[in-house]
Design a protein around this ligand. Structure first.
Ligand SMILES: Cc1cc2nc3c(=O)[nH]c(=O)nc-3n(C[C@H](O)[C@H](O)[C@H](O)COP(=O)(O)OP(=O)(O)OC[C@H]3O[C@@H](n4cnc5c(N)ncnc54)[C@H](O)[C@@H]3O)c2cc1C
Length: 441
C-alpha cells in the first residue's frame, strides 16, 4: 500500500504537539506514516532552563526521552541532525540519510545568535548561552567555579572579576535568570562561602532597549524593573556589550566592567537550517506562513513555533516566540494536516496572548490575565502549578515539584561535576590510555 509520509522536523514544544494530535486523529489509518526527527533523543522543557542554571532543578527533571512519550504503529522517531531541506523536491537530508515526504512540518526552533560578537570575544570559556540543558549545566558550573576561586583569592581586583556576573538581554529569559540568580546567590550561596563579602557580588543585566521585557505593556515593565532593582540586580538600559575580554567586558558606552562571566540570552534567530531554505523569510530567517500556518507558495509544508513568522491578518500582531504559541500553532497544524488528508476544510490560526506568568525568583512572579495582573505568592503558585502541569509526563511533574520544595528548604545544589576529557577519565599515564592512543595513531 502506498503510504502518505508526514515528516515532522524537531521534537520540541511545536513538533511533539503536532505528533500528539496526529496520533489522536490518525492512529487507525494504515495508509499514514509519520516520522519525527530530532538531533536529541529527549524533549527539553526550556522554560525551566534558568532553574537548572542556578542549581534548583537537575537535567533529568526537565527532559523526557522522546521514545517514552507516544506509542503507535504509524509513527517512528529518528535521532538525526537535519542538514538540508529541499522543498521543491520534497526531500530532507539528515545525518541518518535522506527522507522524502508528502507533508512536512518545520519545528526546528531558534538559536542564540552571537555571530556579530565572534571577533570581539577573547576568551570563549567566559561566554555562555542558555538554549540547551548542556548550556544551563555549564552556566551553573561556571558560577560555582567563580565562587570557589573567589573564596580562596586575596587580590581584590581578581575577586571583583570573579564575582561580577553579566547577563546580556533583559527579555523574559534574562529577567528570569537574573531574578533566580540573585535569589540563589544572596539567600543560599553566601552561607556556603563565608569568606565572600556580599558587597563584592554584582549581577549586571544589560539591555539595548530602554526598558526590561519590552514586549510587555509599560506598567508591567516598570513593575519588573522595580523588582530587579530591589533584588540587587544592576540593570543597564540603552547599552550593549561590544567586547568580551578574559577579565573584563566593554559596553558601547565605552565603559569597561571587570567580569569573567557573560550569559548571552539576546538575539534569538531562526535555526540556520530554516534560514537557508528556499522559502519566504523575515529578517531573522524565520519562514513566513499564512493563516493556515502553511509556507507561502509551498503547499503541504507547514511550520510552527520559534522558526515561524506569523502576522495575524486581523490585528497585525506578530506571534511571539513563546512555548504556549508553539503549542497552539501545533494544534492548528495537526488539524490542517488531517483536513488535507481527509479533504475537509482547514482551520485558521489566530494569536491568543491573553495570559502569561513570569517567574521573578523564589519569592515573586507576575501573572497577566486579560488586562488583570497579580504578583507575589499567589502568582508564584500559579507559575509553579502551570509549569509543573505543562511539564510533559507525570514522573517529571513529581520530580520538579519535589526538587522545588527541597531547594526552598535546603538550598540549591552547588556541587561542581564537569565532564572530563579522556586523559582525565583514564589517567594520563594509565595502560588503557596508552592502548587507545596507539589505536588512534
Ligand atoms: C531559557 C529559556 C526560557 C524560556 N522561558 C519561556 C517561558 O517562561 N515561557 C514561554 O512561553 N516560553 C519560554 N521560552 C521560549 C520557548 O521555550 C520556545 O518558544 C519554545 O521552545 C518554542 O518551541 P519550538 O517547538 O518552536 O522549538 P523548541 O522547543 O526549541 O524545539 C526545537 C527542536 O528542534 C530540534 N532541532 C534543532 N535543530 C535541529 C537539527 N538541525 N536537526 C534536528 N533537530 C533539531 C531541537 O533539538 C529541539 O528539540 C524560553 C526559552 C528559553 C531558551
Amino acid at each position: 500500500m502506498d503510504k502518505k509520509n508526514i515528516l515532522i522536523l524537531g521534537a520540541g514544544f511545536g513538533g511533539l504537539t503536532v505528533l500528539k494530535y496526529l496520533l489522536r486523529d490518525l492512529k487507525k489509518r494504515e495508509d499514514i506514516k509519520i516520522t519525527l526527527i530530532d538531533k536529541q533523543n529527549y524533549f527539553l522543557f526550556s522554560p525551566l532552563l534558568h532553574e537548572l542554571a542556578v542549581g534548583v532543578l537537575f537535567p533529568e527533571n526537565i527532559v523526557v526521552p522522546i521514545r517514552n512519550l507516544y506509542r503507535s504503529n504509524i509513527h517512528q522517531f529518528v535521532q538525526a541532525r537535519v542538514e538540508d531541506i529541499n522543498l521543491s523536491e520534497g526531500k530532507v537530508k539528515t545525518s541518518a540519510g535522506i527522507f522524502s515526504y508528502d507533508y512536512i512540518v518545520l519545528a526546528l526552533g531558534g538559536v542564540t545568535d552571537i555571530s556579530g560578537m565572534a571577533d570581539n570575544i577573547e576568551n570563549g570559556s567566559n561566554v555562555f548561552s542558555l538554549k540547551s540543558a548542556e548550556d544551563a549545566v555549564a552556566v551553573k558550573n561556571h558560577i560555582i567555579k567563580m565562587f570557589e576561586k573567589a573564596s580562596a583569592e586575596t587580590d581584590p581586583a581578581v575577586v571583583e572579576e570573579l564575582l561580577t556576573l553579566a547577563i546580556s538581554g533583559a527579555g523574559y529569559t534574562g529577567v528570569q535568570l537574573a531574578s533566580s540568580l540573585s535569589d540563589v546567590v544572596y539567600k543560599y550561596l553566601l552561607s556556603s562561602y563565608p569568606d565572600i563579602d556580599p558587597a563584592r557580588i554584582k549581577i549586571n543585566l544589560i539591555e539595548s532597549k530602554d526598558r526590561v521585557i519590552s514586549e510587555l505593556p509599560e506598567k508591567y515593565s516598570h513593575y519588573v524593573m522595580k523588582h530587579l532593582q530591589k533584588h540587587n540586580i544592576n540593570v543597564r538600559l540603552n547599552c550593549r556589550i561590544t567586547e568580551i575580554g578574559s577579565h573584563r567586558i566593554r559596553l558601547d558606552t565605552g565603559e569597561a566592567i571587570p567580569s569573567r562571566t557573560v550569559v548571552y540570552v539576546t538575539g534569538v534567530v531562526a535555526n540556520p537550517v530554516i534560514s537557508s531554505i528556499g522559502a519566504e523569510k523575515d529578517a531573522i530567517g524565520r519562514v513566513i506562513v499564512n493563516d493556515f500556518l502553511e509556507l507561502v507558495n509551498c503547499g503541504g509544508a507547514y511550520a510552527v513555533g520559534d522558526c515561524v513568522h506569523y502576522q495575524d491578518s486581523v490585528t497585525g500582531q506578530v506571534a511571539r516566540q513563546r512555548a504556549h504559541n508553539a503549542v497552539r500553532q501545533a494544534a492548528v497544524v495537526a488539524r490542517n494536516l488531517v483536513a488535507d488528508i481527509t479533504q475537509k476544510k482547514r482551520t485558521k490560526y489566530r494569536i491568543s496572548d491573553s495570559a502569561e506568568v513570569i517567574s521573578l525568583g523564589r519569592s515573586n512572579a507576575l501573572l497577566r490575565l486579560n488586562g488583570f495582573s497579580l504578583s507575589g505568592i499567589l502568582a508564584i503558585l500559579v507559575w509553579v502549578i502551570s509549569y509543573s502541569l505543562l511539564a510533559i509526563g507525570k514522573k517529571n511533574r513529581v520530580k520538579i515539584a519535589v526538587d522545588w520544595v527541597l531547594a526552598r528548604i535546603f538550598g540549591p545544589d552547588t556541587s561542581l561535576i564537569e565532564s572530563q576529557d579522556i586523559e582525565s577519565r583514564l589517567g594520563k599515564d594509565s595502560d588503557l590510555s596508552a592502548v587507545i592512543d596507539n589505536k588512534g595513531s
